[in-house]
Design a protein around this ligand. Structure first.
Ligand code: HEC
Length: 419
């Protein structure tokens, strides 16, 4: 009896002293757990989301506010300031645990572990669009897979936590991100140095991308691209967000630090479809004409997209489809990928028209405010049968008076992409 009592007491003490994060760890870290005996790094989903909107960090911590991203002379400074913010406190341990960053905590979106492209267990990377021969430069002869991991600052983490407060009923209506939400994403390629010589000296990670068993080494991936997005009210006339991207270039610097080799490719605050329809460079972006590697941009090289992205699309057009349908056959449908070079003006309008932040595509949708990680997470959770949308009125009809969507469509980068 005394023995049982002391066990119960011990249990009580243990529970009470567990850190809050451990108690709240309700979402899976990765597609597979590490094999027993694994001694390398292991990804931990940062999911202790703030319960109230975190206060804005002081202006000196967000120096990009000083720069007008619409001015070509200031756009690179804006981007560099955002990049520094993403790197601060993360480079010392190579982003091993962003929840323990001593400068500021970062958060991951849940449910990206599910499916064949789901998070591998070493760094939490998810599978991206593969790079076709030539897309990464003239030496690239093979098609190569790409994997990436992204995270949000505390303002964004708050919103993710609100959407996922009830894990059985993720609520897309909660997904309006507060101003100065920042999200960053590191994209890695499996392409060998022989095919992408400009990646010499970049950050190398192993990834469990073949879902191997055993504790042996995993394939090596190399950092190629780094994406950022900032919710900034100065972009409200178009989409409310600024999207930007960097590429690694060996020759950009002699510094031993990989991050000093990140060269801005450009930034955008809209797709400017009017100009795309007349094959003109858009005027809602800045492109760095001085970058060393002139890899492809987006549609006809007229609009920003990253080297790993689909050469026909643009950052903000694709992200505008971060939407959840509330009816079975929504209009317009979420497209399978960007339109081809010979697309009609109407098709270009459908894909590239700017959508304002947190604004639904039509009355058949709820917006996820440009977050495709929320879009994919919610879609996969529902597909797994472990979650459903909360009851909500549709088209002004009472809850339950309208059949909801039987399944949701993921936003994909190419029509042939497997999720
Ligand atoms: C054709 C579609 C497509 C294009 C083009 C695209 N993305 Fe994404 N992006 C995605 C998808 C899908 C995700 C979610 C899954 C993931 O994180 O891999 C995502 C995730 C992200 C994230 C993480 C935040 C989030 O929840 O969405 C950032 C930041 C991001 N992309 C920035 C960019 C930037 C910058 C560009 C252009 C240089 C770009 N993206 C181009 C499809 C696209």
């Amino acid at each position: 009896m005394a023995h049982r009592l002391s066990l119960r007491m011990l249990l009580g003490v243990t529970l009470a002293t567990l850190p809050a994060a451990a108690l709240l760890a309700q979402f899976k870290d990765a597609h597979d757990p590490p094999p027993s005996g694994w001694s390398g790094p292991t990804f931990k989903l940062s999911q202790n989301y703030p319960q109230t909107v975190p206060a804005l960090e002081s202006a000196s911590k967000r120096p990009w506010r000083q720069f007008d991203f619409k001015k070509p002379s200031q756009a690179p400074k804006f981007l560099q300031a955002v990049l520094n913010y993403c790197l601060e406190g993360n480079t010392a341990n190579n982003f091993a645990d962003v929840s323990q960053n001593p400068v500021r905590t970062w958060y991951h979106a849940p449910w990206l572990d599910a499916g064949p492209s789901g998070r591998e267990f070493i760094h939490g990377m998810t599978k991206e669009r593969p790079s076709r021969p030539g897309e990464l430069g003239p030496s690239q002869t093979g098609s190569h897979d790409n994997w990436a991991v992204g995270f949000y600052n505390a303002r964004g983490g708050y919103t993710i936590g609100q959407v996922w407060k009830d894990p059985a009923h993720p609520d897309p209506r909660k997904s309006t991100f507060p101003a100065q939400t920042v999200t960053c994403k590191l994209l890695f390629t499996t392409a060998p140095i022989a095919e992408v010589p400009f990646l010499q000296g970049t950050l190398e990670w192993q990834g469990d991308i073949t879902r191997a068993s055993g504790t042996g080494p995993r394939p090596t991936l190399r950092l190629l691209q780094l994406d950022v997005a900032v919710k900034d009210s100065r972009a409200n006339p178009t989409i409310g967000w600024v999207f930007g991207t960097f590429q690694y270039e060996h020759d950009a610097s002699t510094s031993p630090n990989w991050w000093d080799h990140l060269v801005p490719v450009g930034l955008m605050w809209g797709s400017d479809v009017a100009r795309l329809k007349s094959d003109q460079p858009t005027q809602q972006e800045w492109i760095n004409a001085a970058r060393g590697q002139k890899l492809h941009l987006g549609r006809k090289d007229l609009v920003l997209n990253g080297p790993i992205d689909n050469p026909r699309g643009s950052c903000t057009a694709c992200h505008g489809f971060a939407q959840i349908a509330t009816v079975a056959t929504p209009t317009p449908p979420i497209p399978g990928g960007p339109p081809g070079d010979a697309a009609t003006p109407a098709a270009l309008d459908r894909y590239f028209t700017n959508i304002k932040a947190a604004t639904p595509l039509s009355a058949d949708y709820v917006s996820l405010d440009y977050s495709l990680q929320l879009q994919i997470g919610i879609t996969r959770a529902i597909a797994s049968g472990q979650a459903s949308l909360p009851p909500m009125p549709v088209h002004g009809m009472a809850v339950g008076a309208h059949p909801g969507p039987p399944h949701l469509k993921e936003v994909t980068r190419d029509p042939d992409e497997t999720p």
